[in-house]
Structure formats: structure tokens, C-alpha cells
Design a protein around this ligand. Sequence first.
Ligand code: FMN
Length: 316
Amino acid sequence: MIRTRITELFGIEFPIIQAGMIWVSGWRLAAASAEAGAMGLIGAGSMTPDLLREHLRKMRKACPDKPWGVNLPLFFQYAEEMARILIEEKVRIVFTSGGSPKKFTPRFKDAGMKVVHVTATPELAVKCEEAGVDAVVVEGFEAGGHNGRDELTTMVLVPQAAVAVRIPVIAAGGIYDGRGMAAALALGAEGVQVGTRLAATVESSAHENFKRAMVEASPTGTFLVLKKLVPARVIVNEWTRRVLDAEARGAAEQELLELIGEKRTKLGMFDGDLSEGELQIGQAVGAVREILPAGDVIRWIARGCEETLARLSTLT
Ligand SMILES: Cc1cc2nc3c(=O)[nH]c(=O)nc-3n(C[C@H](O)[C@H](O)[C@H](O)COP(=O)(O)O)c2cc1C
């Protein structure tokens, strides 16, 4: 049994957070993860406010007894309205990302919520602590989805963040099995946030084509694109190659915005267009070989972590 300040803070069995992921982590994945003993997060960043309410209702029904929360990207057009909904609907836990932790933390804390912010440098982890969050996720360069510009890897970021702040640190980026989780704990993290491995599960709402692409992806098949705008790690496909060409030519922001166009992430991740859609995923995708139920993945990570820690203790 691995106990840390993260298991205590949330009242969860394993210090594993199922990452909030646009188009991927609706109530089904969040409920399956929470039922298995992890923290389940509904990814609000691809929903309309009405759809978020619907997912909250279904989540409560599917998972009445376990702690769970919502991931809210702060640059999102509906962030303000969704922040109000989360308070109104008495959601207990929120993970914010992609903006200043000062924006909503005081309001959420006043409403009695537990707040975690996601960031990508030790300096910004300190800012999160100053803003009053309960814990911080530090996300390395390996991670899927939107990412920091500074390219700090998880290996480098986690130990520096862990000494920079007093609040618990959750490591994210490249963690897909028990060995990775044990390594993150060794670096000073008290929990892990897992995205890519849990995107490739039965309950993930990623399109079947996207899930197949995850199983077939090579470890070198992703790239961090759009560093000038909003950096995102994606599977390289026809659309990504056009973006990379444009970036190599030094294309202006406007041209890049036009290349992104509307609904690019939905096209790839939810509608399953593997050539023209944006397919956000992390480097760990190279290790994913099958689509499994999320609960099995979570128990496998937790068990693997305990086995790794036991194996390491025999080395001294
Ligand atoms: C498909 C996908 C969508 C994501 N969407 C979000 C999001 O909406 N909000 C967010 O804070 N992070 C998002 N992320 C990042 C994850 O929350 C998480 O930090 C990251 O996936 C961890 O690294 P890993 O992919 O190597 O496990 C996304 C990641 C993926 C793979």
C-alpha cells in the first residue's frame, strides 16, 4: 500500500491521477478510474457548459462513493462559466491548467474545493504554491497534449519542483507503468498523473481509429508542435507535417492559426481522421500495445510500482 500526502489529500487508494484529457476523459473514463482507486478527472476542455453538466450528473450516478474531480483549462472560452458551474454543482476537486493559478484558486478555495494546478517549470510551481493550491502537477516535455515551451523533461523537472515547494508534487509526462511511477516517487513526487496510457483504454472516448493509431505508434512518432502559439505534443501525420514545414519556414502566427483552423482536435481525437486531425498524445505511446480496461491499467501500474520498490530495496 503506497500512502503519500496525495492519497490523504483526496482520500484515494493509489496516488495515481487519471489525467484530464480533451475528447478522451468523459465520465466513463473518470468513473472507471475512480472506481479502481485512482483519482478520476473529467476533462472539461472540449465540452460545452451544458455537456459538462450532463457529465457531472452521469458521473455522480456512476460513481457515488469515490472521490473524483474536473480538469479545467483556463485559456478555454468557457472557463469563466464552467468555474461557476463547478461551484454551483458542488464539485469537490478541480485541476486547473494552462493559465494563471491566481485566476480561480481563491474562489474555488472559498467554496471549500481542493485545487491543483498544472505547470511545467519549478518557478511556476512556486507561483502555484503562492496562489494557495493544495498540490501541483509538474508536467515534463514527454507529456501528451498541451505542454510548456521550456522542454524540461520529467526527470529534470520533478526533483527541482519537489525541493522548490512545500505542497505535494504530482509528476506527469511519460509515466505509463509501475516502474515510471516508482521513479517519480524516487524523484520526490507524491503522486503521478497518467494521460497517454489511460487514453488507450476501453472507457476512453477517443475514436477507435485514434486508439488503433496509439497501439501502432512508434516511440519516435510524436512531436511538440506549435511552440509559438500553444505547444502540443501530437502524433506526426499529414497535417502535422504541414505545420512543421510552416514552422521551419518561420511562418507568421496568422498562417499557423489558419493551419489549425476550427475543430482540429475534435477531427482527430473524436472523429478519428488520422491524416488531417490533431492527435494529442505523449512519448509513452510507443510502449502502448493494447487497449485495456482503465481499472486493469490502474491496478497494473500500482502493483508494478510496489514490485519495483520491493526490487530496488534488495539492491542495498
Ligand atoms: C489526448 C490528451 C488530451 C489532453 N488534454 C488535456 C486537457 O484538456 N487539460 C490538461 O490539463 N491536460 C491535458 N492533457 C495532458 C494530461 O492531462 C497529462 O498531464 C499528460 O497526458 C501526462 O503525460 P503522459 O501523456 O505522458 O501520461 C492531455 C493529454 C492527452 C494525451
